[in-house]
Design a protein around this ligand. Structure first.
Ligand code: BES
Ligand code: MN
Ligand code: ZN
Length: 497
């Protein structure tokens, strides 16, 4: 989807579709009033009869209105004006985008950024509108082609011309491309999206972007380093494990990087502690932390952010097998700490233990964030609206919460108090990989914290936010927005795009 600008007035825009918004508790704004005048009062009459959509997310498309050059007028309900914040705005644009996607329009002009949003400025609204429209336009096509009579994608969307609009739209394009990559990777089936496939994706990206470098460690190299916890999880699979590192060197040489570490379990059967058959297919999404990490690196490279960033992915498949690791096994991690396996389905923390330790000691980041579909308990705690943020570093927590607010890709903090640590004690090793029923997301975070000692580190559990349930289950591309915003904030701006 291409983004452009146009300075024509609303009724004079030649486009397949003009997109406008209407509050539930307010009359026409200036734009709607001018369109109504151009259309001889048709809109006003429809408003009186209650035919126009006004509740949040409701849409209506009117065709061939007299006096309006665009062939369609798409009206989206915005709900109550006082509740119209950044999240409501994003949802309204996505709803409009969905209606646009289902129409036969191939071009559009979007006026939604003119609507007042309580907590956001014009640059934000423009950027976010473009991101949300691209989001709604996305259709998975890797293994299924659209039907012949399916509505076409929207080729281009224009926005009102304004100072700096082109820059905002370029930023939006870079973010939208990252979100789309995360969704493509997340949605890809586990027989295609293997650890080697993720590595190949990273290699392709590095070849495409100057300044982006890649390093891939195979199982022998990881064994050499003592990454026994990561290797233990992958040893039951015929698909070999990989540690993938993408490096963006946009900052000064020698400046400590910001690092991301993504959980890339390309399929999680649970291993010997096998999962029930219902919904097991959803565990193809267990690499969404990896997808996010790779996707953020893509966006960072497109934005040319003036900082150093490292994206590390621990990629494995968790299978039951004669060679698989088992409950009762005690494994010496790269850090030297020993782990007693109580459940092979708590595999994410095993692979992240080594990946976090390697990132901390090898890459010496200024700050490090891991991203993982780590616990079903996080879905119980927060549902699908927020990613779970855990850290003992209050400043880093604030940074991530602020970035989530900024990107309308919210996180919410859970405590990582030492009080929870005793739940992962065992007489036989330094820790066990299971913390019992209470606070399952937090005890998983406590486990990871032991491998991030001495680091400024936070854990983001995306089990609820990385994909949406319903028909069909599909990756959301979250929390690409949150992390890109965090990196941009640390870079002091959006780069030289
Ligand atoms: N990948 C799952 C977490 C998950 C479950 C994400 C459901 C999204 C939806 C993870 O590897 C896992 O299996 N976690 C276990 C941990 C338990 C064994 C301590 C879980 O959540 O049940
Ligand atoms: Mn698991
Ligand atoms: Zn898992």
């Amino acid at each position: 989807m291409q983004f452009t600008t146009s300075s024509a007035s609303a009724s004079q825009i030649t486009s397949d579709c003009l997109i406008v918004g209407l509050f539930q508790d307010q009359g026409f704004d200036d734009t709607m009033t001018s369109l109504d005048q151009a259309a001889n009062g048709i809109l006003g009459r429809l408003l009186e009869t209650g035919d126009l959509p006004r509740a949040a997310g409701k849409t209506l498309i009117l065709h061939s209105l007299p006096g309006i050059k665009a062939s369609r007028l798409l009206i989206v309900g915005l709900g109550k004006a006082e509740k119209f914040n950044g999240i409501a705005f994003t949802k309204a644009v996505q709803a409009a985008g969905k209606a646009l996607r289902q129409s036969r329009a191939q071009s559009a002009h979007c006026l939604l950024a003119d609507c007042p949003v309580s907590d956001r400025d014009d640059a934000w609204k423009l950027r976010q509108a473009a991101i949300a429209l691209a989001y709604a336009d996305y259709i998975y096509t890797a293994t299924k082609k659209p039907k012949d009579d399916a509505a076409p994608a929207t080729d281009s969307v224009s926005f009102p011309a304004a100072d700096g609009a082109d820059t905002q739209l370029a930023i939006a394009s870079a973010i939208a491309a990252g979100v789309q990559l995360a969704r493509d990777l997340g949605d890809a089936p586990p027989n295609i999206c293997t650890p080697v496939y993720l590595a190949a994706t990273a290699e392709r990206m590095a070849a495409a972007h100057d300044g982006l470098e890649v390093e891939v460690l195979d199982e022998d190299q990881m064994a050499e380093l003592g990454m026994n916890a990561l290797l233990a999880v992958g040893q039951g699979s015929v698909n070999p494990s990989r540690l993938i590192r993408l490096s963006w060197r946009g900052g000064k040489e020698g400046d400590a990087p910001l690092a991301m570490v993504g959980k890339g379990v390309t399929f999680d059967t649970g291993g010997i502690s096998i999962k029930p058959r219902e919904l097991m297919e959803q565990m193809k999404f267990d690499m969404c932390g990896a997808a996010t990490t790779i996707a953020v690196m893509e966006t960072v490279a497109r934005l040319k952010l003036p900082i150093n960033v490292e994206g590390v992915v621990a990629a494995v498949e968790n299978m039951p097998d004669g060679k698989a690791y088992r409950p009762g096994d005690i494994i010496t991690t790269m850090s030297g700490k020993t782990v007693e396996v109580h459940n092979t389905d708590a595999e994410g923390r095993m692979i992240l233990a080594d990946a976090i330790y390697w990132t901390g000691t090898h890459l010496k980041p200024a700050k490090m964030v891991d991203i993982a579909t780590l616990t079903g308990a996080c879905v119980v705690a927060l549902g699908h609206h927020a990613s779970g943020i855990m850290t003992q570093d209050d400043e880093l927590a604030e940074e991530l919460l602020a970035a989530g607010h900024g990107a309308a890709d919210r996180g919410w903090r859970l405590p990582l108090w030492d009080d929870y640590q005793e739940q992962i004690e065992t007489p036989f090793a330094d820790m066990k990989n299971l913390g019992g029923m209470p606070a399952g997301s937090i005890t998983a975070g406590c486990f990871l914290a032991r491998f991030a000692e001495g680091q400024r580190w936070a854990h983001i559990d995306i089990a609820g936010s990385a994909w949406q349930w319903g028909k069909p289950e599909s990756a959301t591309g979250r929390p690409v927005g949150l992390l890109v915003e965090w990196l941009a904030n640390n870079a002091g701006g959006w780069g030289s795009i």
